[in-house]
Design a protein around this ligand. Structure first.
Ligand SMILES: [Zn+2]
Length: 430
């Protein structure tokens, strides 16, 4: 794939980003069948998993076929690596061909055979990083992939990188000032810490600093914080969804800031975490990824534990990959109601966005062979118009969580204890 050479005005990093959807499907299917076959013949544990499921590689020729493959999650990987050190039987190249080994908490050892993989570069390019930018990379350069991979990807976009790593707000601040840094790579919280510190020291951040753009991952970017950074400090913000174990950025934002485009170096599925079945656009499920760029790592179907949904609606930016929505929570705080998942954190975002609400709880019951989902609400303000509130709440809940509430009950203050579960499952199955 040829890199776009149009400099700062070039819109796309490479041709993959604008593939027609049929071409993408073909491309990914082909890569997928290659990596599955490679893993089967070179990584003993990958083979064992497939054999146990009664699968031979020739049966995996499309993304849809992946449904047959069991999902591996972080605890499984830790266990495999404990039993078969150091890579758990997932290394699919000769050990001497491993260029780098990353270490994630667990520990999990992640082999990478080639640093020539460009997958993060697309994310930084879409965020506007180019030659002429001077960027502080505030992610750690040791153990985890973040520091070094982001560094190289920024270089692929032409930017100059300050090898600063994590921590030490005052040094970060001084460096940004002295070097006229234009780009920040890190977490939104850390950028805000740096800005606040600068202000404490008497700086006018917008005036004294040259920061133009910031790229975030590893943390939620709340809308209010994004607005503060963009409006008050005039910093263009961008974010990506990355997961360490399969090795990188899974999805990334374009300037439209409306979801994160799937990265074409992975096969990305949104699935029902209980059955492993693939879900369609708009349905909330677990993000499951299969890297198709790193043949050293025979991981097929890694379950991230993160819940989200995706859309295939065309994006005005011209990138054609589907877009991942915001993360709505973890599989551990999701329950299935009428075949759809409700995630505690997503429900919180919806319900607590209503000013008069102080506490709430979702109660799921089984009534006449049907799941009944009720919302109990405590109000801060007893004078609130309950009828109107119930109507608005019900509508917003259905729009965002895609499930209809059967009832909304306003309860007296104190009925819901201070420490309470967001979702209570009272269903009994007879
Ligand atoms: Zn886009």
């Amino acid at each position: 794939m040829a890199m776009n050479t149009a400099g700062r005005s070039g819109q796309y990093f490479d041709d993959l980003e604008t593939m027609r959807s049929e071409v993408r499907e073909q491309y990914l299917n082909q890569r997928l069948s290659q990596v599955v076959s490679h893993a089967y013949y070179h990584a003993p544990s990958a083979r064992e998993i497939l054999e146990k499921a009664g699968i031979v590689p020739s049966q995996i020729s499309t993304i849809r076929d992946l449904e047959k493959v069991p999902i591996i999650r972080k605890p499984d990987l830790i266990e495999w690596q404990r039993r078969r050190p150091p890579y758990g039987g997932f290394l699919a190249v000769p050990p001497e061909d491993v260029e780098r080994i990353f270490i994630s908490p667990g520990p999990i050892y992640e082999p990478l055979h080639s640093s020539r993989i460009k997958w993060f570069a697309r994310a930084f390019y879409a965020a506007g990083f180019r030659k002429g930018d001077i960027v502080v990379n505030t992610f750690s350069y040791h153990m985890s992939p973040a520091g070094i991979l982001f560094h190289e990807a920024l270089r692929d976009c032409g930017a100059t990188v300050v090898v600063i790593g994590t921590g030490n707000t005052e040094i970060q601040l001084q460096t940004m000032l002295d070097l006229r840094v234009t780009g920040f790579v890190g977490t939104p919280t850390f950028l805000m810490t740096v800005i606040k510190k600068a202000e404490e020291m008497g700086h006018d951040f917008r005036h004294d600093f040259a920061l133009e753009r910031a790229w975030f991952t590893g943390e939620m970017l709340p809308l209010s914080l994004r607005k503060t950074l963009e409006t008050d400090y005039r910093i263009t913000t961008s974010q990506a969804y990355a997961v360490t174990e399969p090795g990188g950025a899974i999805a990334y934002e374009c300037p439209q800031q409306s979801g994160m485009h799937f990265m074409d170096d992975y096969v990305i599925e949104i699935v029902d975490p209980e059955t492993g079945k693939q879900l369609g656009p708009g349905e909330v499920g677990e993000i499951v990824v299969t890297p198709v760029h790193n043949i050293a790592w025979g991981l097929v179907r890694f379950g991230t534990g993160d819940m989200s949904s995706y859309t295939t609606e065309p994006c005005p930016c011209g990138r054609t990959a589907p877009r991942l929505g915001a993360l709505v929570g973890r599989t551990s705080d999701a329950i299935k109601v009428r075949g759809m998942f409700v995630v505690a954190r997503q429900a919180e975002q919806v319900v607590l966005s209503f000013e008069p609400v102080s506490r709430f709880q979702i109660v799921v019951k089984r009534q006449q062979q049907r799941d009944e989902m009720g919302l109990r609400v405590e109000l801060k303000d007893e004078a609130a118009d309950r009828e109107q509130l119930a109507a608005e709440l019900g509508e917003k809940f259905q729009n965002l969580c895609r499930l209809k509430l059967d009832r909304i009950d306003f309860v007296a203050r104190g009925v819901i204890p201070e420490k309470h579960q967001t979702i209570v499952d009272e269903r009994t199955w007879k």
